[in-house]
Design a protein around this ligand. Structure first.
Ligand SMILES: [Zn+2]
Length: 300
């Protein structure tokens, strides 16, 4: 039990919903929808499918309909193990009708949380993950000249240290918020009705450990914590965590034989890409139109 446990179970607990919950979410068609609209078959083979990745429009999906088949080997956090995902990824790669394949393997995240991102156990997992990627790359050999491979992480990770967890409620009366949801190095801050977000944000910056804040909507701010600091929560991962601004840095590797690869590699060598840039970069290569999106085409 952590310092935030009493608050967590308080009757004032609230449930976070996406900021624009009154509209369809996501607000734009996914790249799977865009491909479907022009008849390009796609696949989404993912270890973590809780709806967050919005893969519903993919033609080939694993787990089927997002439900992990019983008997699937799972990692310590309940996600399908890399070895369980790999055969489905290889089956997708072997299907030459597919124009876009999205794959996700999760074990590195689980090992980082449990043992720390720089631990021997995590490093062994990274090496094993590299081997899984190598198997997929080998399977793409016959299609190499017209293939673009993009390898990304969805976040970085930092190690737990002995610093005191950050409790945003210490300044709640001053700032005008009544509850928060911790997420590692960040927290969602729920403002009372009528509270000025700017005033609340200024009060948030006076909480020890808070580095920055952004507005999610009129009643929710997102607090970003300083490096090493974690938001007070009912429980903590033992080794590593993410959520803070410092963990928004992501891996970005590009390879393959398509002529676009060199251009993308040149672009990311000069400017660090944001995760939101990948879909608008890939879409023109596929000849699909995403409409208005947040990211920018790295080749634009
Ligand atoms: Zn994680």
């Amino acid at each position: 039990m952590g310092p935030g446990s009493a608050r967590w179970s308080s009757p004032r607990r609230w449930r976070y919903r996406p900021p624009l919950f009154d509209r369809p979410w996501p607000r734009v068609p996914t790249i799977f929808d865009a491909c479907r609209a022009v008849g390009i078959p796609t696949a989404a083979i993912v270890a973590d499918d809780r709806g967050l990745l919005c893969t519903g429009a993919a033609d080939r999906r694993w787990p089927p309909d997002g439900i992990i088949p019983s008997g699937t080997a799972l990692d310590a956090h309940g996600y399908p193990a890399n070895a369980a995902v790999l055969p489905h990824l290889l089956a997708a790669v072997a299907d030459s009708s597919l124009g876009f394949i999205f794959g996700h393997i999760n074990e590195a995240d689980t090992m980082g949380h449990d043992f720390g991102p720089e631990s021997d156990a995590a490093r062994a997992c990274y090496r094993a993950t590299d081997q899984v990627v190598g198997v997929v790359l080998d399977a793409l050999a016959s299609r190499w000249t017209d293939t673009v491979i993009v390898i990304v992480s969805d976040h970085d990770m930092q190690s737990r240290d002995s610093s005191v967890p950050v409790d945003p409620m210490v300044n709640a009366a001053d700032g005008g918020w009544d509850a928060y949801i911790p997420d590692g190095g960040s927290a969602l801050i729920h403002l009372k009705p009528g509270v000025d977000p700017e005033r609340a944000g200024a009060a948030l910056l006076r909480v020890d450990g808070v580095e920055t804040w952004v507005r999610a909507n009129d009643s929710v701010l997102i607090a970003g914590l300083k490096p090493g600091r974690i938001a007070a929560a009912p429980r903590y991962s033992t080794g590593g965590f993410h959520g803070a601004p410092i963990t928004t840095r992501t891996v970005a590797l590009v390879g393959g034989g398509d002529p676009a690869v060199r251009r993308i590699a040149g672009a990311i060598a000069t400017r660090r890409p944001h995760l939101a840039d990948w879909a608008p970069t890939i879409a023109p290569l596929l000849g699909v139109d995403l409409g208005h999106v947040d990211g920018t085409d790295l080749l634009g």
